[in-house]
Design a protein around this ligand. Structure first.
Ligand code: UT7
Length: 331
């Protein structure tokens, strides 16, 4: 490991005000609170309702929340990465607009698109820039407006996803805190099981693609579920082994919030007690790139300097992985 490590030194979040509860969904599609709660753990999710606002709005507000907590000049930030599966638009990167809007005028920015693993991959990328000495302060924002690609007549997907954003500041650390190791994987076999079929270069938008509802998320939930359980547990075991960590050394599992059953199964396979497992899926559903930073924000007061945290995710592509970090501050 290099002498300089990349540590998270601040977190922030934003979720829209509108709460879409299971009870409201019962009036929209053929579903019920009991099914949703027992199959997913979700009770409600937040939806961005304002017209002409997208993922950048969520990301900007999460960054502003972070700035309100610490003394920082946004001009000192060297790079802004927006991890997202729902960028504002094609071609013009969301992160560039976000950086300008938050006053990070000396930063460059780009989006990192890797479905539910976007945030983990972005942490990996940002850490490398910091470890190499190239940048001292990097803002990573996981943000998704999933409602922009959900068919609210499809009960298989509309009960799962929500909108939100979480932001973390990464800074150079010389105490050995922050990111310790990463094990990131991907397998293109997964793209047929979770995708938005049209609107990209393979099938650009036409009247027909709209009629065929091809701009909405399609998911083969059962297949994704099986892959998620086995692969998240595998990468967590791997990262524990190669860092000589036992379960007793782990303070927190910070797992992508796609389904409470997947998270519990991962913890069970690791023999990790559930009081060490961060969970907020009941409030926000699956916010794709935002789940992990939202967890870090919601558990910030419980996290202590030196805590060993295992972050893990699985998502479309397929993409998945695990990052081991030592928490760097007491709030
Ligand atoms: O974040 C990206 C990665 N994504 C994931 O990790 C998601 C992984 N998959 C899952 O979380 C689960 O597969 C789902 C939550 C999406 C679905 O749960 P499931 O236990 O796999 O249910 P299923 O799709 O096998 O459906 C079981 C039954 C079916 O009825 P029959 O065929 O048994 O009569 C469905 O039609 O439940 C029915 N069903 C519903 N019933 C009430 C499906 N959706 C609903 C619904 N309400 N919303």
């Amino acid at each position: 490991m290099s002498e300089i490590s990349a540590a998270i030194t601040a977190v922030g979040k934003y979720v829209p005000d509108y709460v879409l509860t299971n009870q409201i969904l019962e009036t929209m599609v053929d579903t019920n609170d009991e099914w949703i709660t027992s199959r997913t753990g979700i009770k409600e999710r937040r939806i961005l309702k304002e017209k002409n606002k997208g993922t950048s709005f969520l990301a900007i507000n999460a960054a502003k929340d972070l700035f309100n907590k610490i003394d920082i000049d946004p001009k000192d930030i060297g790079l802004v990465i927006v991890a997202t599966a729902t960028p504002d638009m094609q071609a013009a990167a969301t992160s560039v607009y976000v950086a300008t809007q938050i006053g990070a005028t000396n930063a460059f920015g780009y989006d990192l698109v890797a479905a539910c693993s976007s945030f983990l991959y972005a942490i990996s990328t940002a850490s490398s820039f910091i470890e190499s000495g190239k940048h001292k302060k990097i803002l990573v924002i996981g943000a998704d407006m999933n409602s922009s690609m959900i068919d609210y007549t499809d009960r298989a997907t509309c009960i799962i996803f929500g909108d939100g954003a979480g932001a973390v500041l990464l800074e150079a650390n010389k105490e050995g805190l922050g990111v310790q190791d990463e094990y990131l994987r991907s397998d293109g076999i997964g793209r047929e099981f979770l995708q938005v079929p049209a609107g990209g270069s393979i099938e650009p938008a036409t009247e027909q693609t709209i009629k065929d509802k091809k701009h909405f998320v399609y998911q083969d939930g059962k297949t994704v579920f099986k892959w998620a359980v086995s692969n998240m547990a595998n990468v967590c075991e791997k990262i524990l082994q190669r860092n000589n960590l036992t379960i007793n050394d782990i303070d927190w599992l910070t797992a992508h919030q796609a389904n409470k059953r997947i998270i519990n199964a991962t913890a069970n396979r690791m023999d990790l007690p559930l009081n060490k497992v961060m969970m907020n899926i009941e409030k926000y559903g699956n916010t794709t790139s935002a789940t992990i930073p939202l967890l870090l924000n919601d558990y910030e007061k419980q996290l202590k300097k030196g805590d060993n945290v295992i972050m893990t995710a699985f998502g479309g592509g397929f993409t998945w992985g695990s990052i081991y970090l030592k928490w760097a501050y007491n709030s």
